[in-house]
Ligand binder design. Structure first.
Ligand SMILES: [Zn+2]
Length: 409
């Protein structure tokens, strides 16, 4: 096994480079990367030759990708339990029907397949929500908690409907179990007009504070301008700032709300992360049988970007009643976002939305010794065509199909 000490000729995205990075033919100059035990350093290629450095020859290089929002408990169930109607609530009904099949073997086999697909896509951190069906942790919480992969950290979010937090004792009971689950376990909730309860939301936030948990919410996943979740959260945070990290997934209703700009101003102050899920939002929002959808259902990414709010794109559901399609490849998610959100340059700007580590973990080192390399990709075609890739972690190259090591370029 060769352990490289560095690499030359890396084409890094502009968003990762300092403002004074030199340009050549109006493109950022290629970079030399130095892999040190204490972290990664990079500088413009100088033409110097180094011993035991991998020659990347202009390959596109990103930090290992992030899948910030998946559902490994539900995935790969669409064949046996498709949704009977369009929209989010019909998908939830189909999921409850499928649950009778969720024994340990079934969960492990489906979740493992999902994990392998994500790793093949270049994912180094996968955050999965896991549905809770009572105030006690479900079997899937434990089964998915036992999964591991040398190339991918797995995080679990307890996804409980808001009414489970209506009673402060239940809220604390849920939070206590999440806290006992150790690192990479977060408190979540499904917050929607159909279950809106301000007291329950306050109980959720207070229980998270008490147990020092970060939060990742399914919030306002609907095109309803009177949805209260984000509005209420912004007001609450102004009075009671939250010490941990809050991530708001979906927040589709913001796209219809007159006070969205003020809500975003507060989120920016409090450094709340937003996650947009373009694949499922396009599929499930404004979904009526026999009628062409008119609305996109996506949260206000550009307005959030303008305020410096941390942002990511996630896959959400893959091959279940919520979304019959999907691949766990963040490039597919990004491509969908590039069109539906009319994002900027794919590699140089928008790629941050699938690998910006600090959006998931405030204060995280943005560029570490864990990279994904696209050896034959060209900047104008990416993320389409030439999607072959490998991981370069701590100086070792890993082919992603079977997770084995490779010699790299
Ligand atoms: Zn979700």
């Amino acid at each position: 096994m060769n352990v490289y000490s560095g690499a030359t000729g890396a084409r890094l995205p502009r968003w990762l480079l300092p403002d004074n990075w030199p340009l050549k033919d109006n493109q950022p100059q290629q970079a030399t990367l130095h892999f040190h035990a204490e972290g990664l350093q990079f500088e413009p290629d100088s033409g110097s030759s180094y011993v035991n450095y991998l020659a990347l020859n202009g390959a596109l290089v990103l930090p290992a990708l992030i899948e910030p929002h998946a559902h490994l408990d539900k995935t790969f169930t669409v064949q046996r339990s498709p949704a009977q109607q369009a929209g989010l609530l019909a998908a939830i009904a189909a999921m409850h029907q499928d649950r009778e099949n969720w024994n340990a073997d079934d969960l492990r086999q489906r979740a493992t397949r999902a994990l392998h697909w994500a790793v093949e896509g270049g994912v180094g951190v996968l955050r999965t929500h896991i549905d809770w069906f009572s105030a006690d942790a479900p079997l899937a919480w434990q089964v998915i908690g036992e999964l591991s992969h040398p190339l991918c950290d797995i995080e679990r979010v307890a996804l409980a409907p808001l009414n489970f937090f209506a009673n402060a004792t239940d809220a604390q009971h849920i939070a206590a179990q999440v806290a006992l689950s150790g690192q990479g376990a977060l408190l979540g909730g499904f917050i929607h007009s159909s279950n809106w309860d301000a007291q329950a939301f306050e109980n959720l936030l207070q229980a998270a504070s008490q147990y020092q948990l970060d939060i990742d919410l399914h919030i306002d996943e609907e095109l309803n301008s009177s949805a209260q979740g984000m509005r209420w959260l912004a007001r609450y945070l102004q009075e009671s700032p939250f010490k941990g990290q809050i991530t708001c997934s979906h927040s589709c209703a913001l796209s219809l709300q007159d006070d969205a700009q003020q809500i975003l101003d507060v989120l920016a102050q409090q450094r709340v992360t937003l996650i947009a899920l373009p694949l499922t939002n396009l599929l499930l929002q404004d979904a009526v049988q026999g009628r062409t959808p008119r609305l996109r259902g996506l949260t206000l990414i550009k307005e959030a970007q303008a305020r410096g709010i941390p942002l990511l794109l996630g896959a959400d559901n893959v091959q279940d009643a919520f979304c019959p399609l999907g691949s766990y490849d963040p490039l597919d998610t990004l491509f969908s976002g590039l069109l539906s959100l009319q994002l900027g340059a794919a590699f140089d700007e928008a790629s941050a939305l699938i690998c910006q580590r600090s959006a998931l973990h405030a204060g995280a080192v943005q560029f570490s010794n864990d990279l994904v390399v696209f050896p034959d990709a060209d900047i104008t075609s990416w993320p389409l065509r030439q999607r072959q890739r490998y991981r370069l972690k701590n100086g070792v190259c890993y082919a992603l199909k079977a997770g084995e090591q490779t010699d790299g370029a």
